[in-house]
Design a protein around this ligand. Structure first.
Ligand code: HEC
Length: 112
């Protein structure tokens, strides 16, 4: 990743951290997938989620690429788990990382 992109990501994380956690992401202008952290989101997804939700489809867990779940719900699910799905603590998946996973899932949905 270029330095500029890295700086941008850092800035974006800080800017989003300042907003309320409950809101979605009120982007006022289109931002490239790369800058939303989609690629890092995919790496994190592959590591933590793919075993049960292969490529967003159903496996041990239900499909999650076909539902318009808002980002905060997905992040809640990651943090708290439900039923068989384990909870992922902040030390495992940070706040910023969970946002990248959501960005990736939204991208999967868009491509559907
Ligand atoms: C050990 C298997 C497992 C792993 C790993 C896992 N999940 Fe799940 N997930 C499940 C199961 C099972 C459910 C259904 C839970 C229920 O409703 O009882 C679920 C449900 C969900 C839902 C809600 C779907 C709905 O229909 O409302 C979301 C969103 C989700 N998972 C996202 C993730 C993400 C993101 C990750 C990675 C950080 C992840 N899951 C990792 C098994 C898993």
């Amino acid at each position: 990743m270029s330095k500029v992109a890295a700086m941008f990501l850092l800035f974006l994380s800080l800017a989003m951290g300042a907003c309320s956690a409950r809101r979605g992401m009120p982007y006022t202008q289109p931002i490239l997938a790369q800058e939303k952290g989609v690629l890092e989101g995919k790496m994190l997804y592959d590591r933590y989620c793919n075993s049960c939700h292969p490529q967003g489809t159903s496996g041990l867990g239900p499909a999650i690429n076909n539902k318009p779940l808002p980002g905060f719900m997905i992040r809640f699910q990651i943090r708290h788990g439900v039923g068989v799905m384990p909870a992922f603590k902040r030390e495992v998946i940070s706040r910023e990382e969970s946002k990248k996973i959501v960005a990736y899932l939204k991208e999967l949905r868009r491509l559907d």
